[in-house]
Write a protein that binds this ligand. Structure first.
Ligand SMILES: NC(=O)c1ccc[n+]([C@@H]2O[C@H](COP(=O)([O-])OP(=O)(O)OC[C@H]3O[C@@H](n4cnc5c(N)ncnc54)[C@H](O)[C@@H]3O)[C@@H](O)[C@H]2O)c1
Length: 254
C-alpha cells in the first residue's frame, strides 16, 4: 500500500515515535491527523508540517470513546477528498500520573489502580482506536489488486515480549496478543494488523538519567525515532506483513 495521497491517524503523534511517524508520512505525500492529549504539542507539529497536511481535532484521550469517535469524524470531514489509509497507535504511558503512587519494581507490588490505569491507556485505548478506525477502513474501495483497504499498526514493546514491569509489560503483551486475532478478524475486509515492538528509543518516555538503563547490544546506542518511522513505512508498503510482531531492538532482550 502506498501512503501517497492517503490520510493516516497517528495516536501519540505529539511526541517521540508518533511525531516522527507523522513527519515521515507527510514527507511521503500522506496526510496525517494527530490524536493526543497534549494539544499544544500536537498543534506545534501541525504548524511544522503545514496545516493542509496535518490536522489536529483538539485534545483526544484514546481511552474516551466519545473523544475518539469525534476526532475520527472531524478528520474525515477535514480531509474529505482523501481516503483513510490506516492508523499508527503510538500513544502510551510508562508510569501513571503522580497522583497514583507506588508504581514499579522498586516499590510494593503495582496496585490495582496503577495496573488499571496503564492497561487503560496502553491496551484498552489502543483497542478503542483500532475498533473505531476499522469501521471506517472496511468501507474503503480496495486500494490495489490485493484488495487492501487499510492498515492498523500498534506500538508494543520488547518489555511485553520479554516480560518486565507488571503494568506496562502486561499492557504491551496485550497488544502483541491482539495482533493476530485482530488480523484474522479483519482479513476478509483487506485490513492488515501489525505491531512493532521497539527496544529503547531516544524519546521523552525514556529516563536518560538512569545510567543502568538497558541498551541495544549492537548498535550500542538508543534507537533513533527516524529508524522506527522508516520501519512503519516499510510495513505499510509490504502487503505480506500481516498479523505479526516485529522486534526493533538491536538484539536487546531484558
Ligand atoms: N521510546 C521507547 O524506548 C519505547 C520503547 C518501547 C515502546 N515504546 C512505546 O512507543 C509508544 C510511543 O512512545 P514514545 O517513546 O514516543 O513516548 P512519548 O511520551 O514521547 O509519546 C507518547 C505520546 O502519547 C500521548 N498520550 C499519552 N496518553 C494518552 C492518551 N490517553 N490519549 C492520547 N494520547 C496519549 C502523550 O501525550 C505523548 O505525546 C508508546 O506506546 C510507548 O510505550 C516506546
Amino acid at each position: 500500500m502506498k501512503v501517497d495521497g492517503l490520510t493516516f491517524i497517528v495516536t501519540g503523534g505529539a511526541s517521540g515515535l508518533g511525531k516522527e511517524v507523522a513527519r515521515t508520512l507527510v514527507s511521503q505525500g500522506a496526510f496525517v491527523s494527530i490524536f493526543d492529549i497534549n494539544v499544544d504539542s500536537s498543534r506545534n507539529i501541525a504548524s511544522e508540517l503545514g496545516e493542509d497536511r496535518c490536522f489536529v481535532a483538539g485534545s483526544v484521550n484514546v481511552t474516551v470513546e466519545a473523544d475518539v469517535a469525534h476526532a475520527i469524524a472531524k478528520t474525515l470531514e477535514h480531509f474529505s477528498s482523501k481516503k483513510l489509509g490506516g492508523v499508527i497507535i503510538s500513544s502510551g504511558i510508562v508510569t501513571p500520573p503522580a497522583t497514583i503512587t507506588g508504581y514499579g519494581p522498586d516499590q510494593v507490588l503495582t496496585s490495582y489502580a496503577q495496573f488499571e490505569h496503564v492497561i487503560g491507556v496502553n491496551l484498552l485505548g489502543a483497542y478503542c482506536v483500532a475498533q473505531k478506525v476499522s469501521e471506517i477502513l472496511l468501507k474503503n474501495n480496495p486500494f490495489n489488486k490485493d484488495g487492501e483497504r487499510g492498515i492498523i499498526i500498534t506500538v508494543s514493546s520488547i518489555l511485553g515480549l520479554d516480560g518486565l514491569f507488571v503494568g506496562y509489560g502486561t499492557s504491551k503483551a496485550g497488544l502483541t496478543g491482539l495482533t493476530l486475532p485482530l488480523a484474522k478478524e479483519l482479513s476478509s475486509f483487506g485490513i492488515r494488523v501489525m505491531s512493532i515492538a521497539p527496544g529503547v528509543f531516544d524519546t521523552p518516555i525514556v529516563d536518560r538519567s538512569n545510567k543502568n538503563a538497558p541498551i541495544a547490544l549492537f548498535p550500542r546506542r538508543l534507537g533513533e525515532p527516524t529508524e522506527f518511522a522508516d520501519l512503519v513505512l516499510r510495513v505499510i508498503d509490504t502487503p505480506m506483513l500481516n498479523g505479526s510482531v516485529i522486534r526493533l531492538d538491536g538484539a536487546l532482550h531484558v
